[in-house]
Design a protein around this ligand. Structure first.
Ligand SMILES: O=C(O)CCC(=O)C(=O)O
Ligand SMILES: [Fe+2]
Length: 351
């Protein structure tokens, strides 16, 4: 039996059934198709990521955030044109409002690409910043990143089959290497945070997010009817949510659900590790032909003036990074900003 506290309303998906006997696989795919339409958020079991690795990653997150602030600032994101590194609480924005969380962003470890005016998203590619005070951090985090990439791709393959496609339907836009953004996050308690916005209401941008939560809750999901439901931590599971790439590709059969995190109570703190699996930044999201029996259930893509979604992945990702990190944008990418954005004050304006 799966451990399921009473407050859990989101469904569970055992991904090992996808590689099970044919009949089981068919039942699994049918269930997943319905879950994708109804929720876009579910708990994943049967993922095969060893629990000791999960425990080590959460412990490493605690150790990193417990470092003296000077150590954390050595790897501050403002140093990186590629939007990698540490952000202090209140330093990232969602829809223009401060998120009360501190975090370190680690994406695919890569060499910097040459500048190309036709492809400004090349600037997202480059090396990460690693805390020198924690020598074991880099190999551990890269190992975990590889594992959750495997999990995310397996989920994406199951999603593709549930949508009546070949397992490899999206391979053209994620090979040889998908976008792999890993965020280690700490939410300080309400006594420290200036508001209850741990992270403001938003959709994730990629294919799927593989989210690991520590023991403190706070994650909430907005249903299609506009009701907020909680997605509390369940040991041994990841929370999976589908992102805007799948919403676009299916014209809204699959939804990218809006979600947020509420600041934990005074005197507590919350840790999470979010992994965003996305398409390559130089790819374009295809609209896929859905089977007749589900075609009519497409809802269309939500239009949000504050958050337009582009079919070009690089343009989309760059837009969201520039908005979320105006300090990095002003320091390294002023040429991509409007005069108003260049002059704006706010987090990072001291730089
Ligand atoms: O910390 C969490 O539980 C979720 C974080 C999140 O939604 C995000 O960073 O996109
Ligand atoms: Fe999110």
């Amino acid at each position: 039996m799966t451990y399921q506290p009473a407050s859990v309303t989101l469904p569970f998906v055992d991904i090992s059934r996808f590689r099970g006997p044919a009949e089981e696989r068919t039942r699994f795919i049918d269930e997943l198709r319905r879950i994708l339409y109804d929720h876009g958020f579910f708990y994943l079991t049967g993922h095969g990521v060893p629990q000791p690795l999960i425990d080590d990653v959460l412990a490493a997150a605690r150790r990193f955030f417990a470092l003296p602030v000077e150590e954390k600032l050595k790897v501050e994101m403002i140093n990186s044109p590629h939007f990698r590194g540490y952000n202090r609480p209140g330093w990232e924005l969602t829809r223009g409002e401060k998120d009360w969380r501190e975090q370190i962003d680690i994406a695919t470890e890569a060499e910097r690409l040459p500048e190309d005016p036709e492809k400004p998203w090349n600037r997202l590619t480059g090396p990460n910043q690693w805390p020198e005070a924690l020598p074991d951090f880099k190999p551990l985090i890269l190992r975990y990143q590889a594992e959750v990439t495997r999990v995310g791709l397996e989920v994406l393959k199951a999603v593709s089959v549930a949508l009546g496609q070949d397992e490899e339907a999206f391979a053209d836009i994620y090979t040889p290497l998908p976008t792999q953004l890993l965020k280690l996050i700490r939410y300080p308690g309400r006594d420290v945070a200036e508001s209850s916005q741990g992270v403001g209401a938003h959709k994730d941008g990629g294919f799927v997010t593989v989210l690991l939560q520590d023991k403190v809750g706070g994650l909430r999901v907005r249903t299609e009817e506009g009701e907020w439901i909680e997605a509390p931590p369940v040991p041994g599971t990841f929370v999976i949510n589908t992102g805007e790439v799948l919403e676009l590709a299916t014209q809204g059969y699959v939804r990218a659900d809006v979600h947020d995190v509420v600041t934990p109570p005074a005197g507590s703190e919350r840790f999470s590790v979010a992994f965003f699996l996305g398409a390559r930044v130089d790819s374009v999201v295809p609209v896929i032909e859905l089977p007749e029996e589900i075609k009519d259930k497409r809802r269309g893509v939500t239009v949000d003036a504050l958050n337009p979604i582009f079919q070009d992945v690089g343009r989309n990702v760059l837009k969201s990074r520039l908005r979320s990190h105006p300090d990095v944008a002003r320091r390294h990418h002023a040429d991509l900003l409007t005069a108003e954005e260049r002059a704006a004050s706010g987090p990072g304006s001291a730089y």
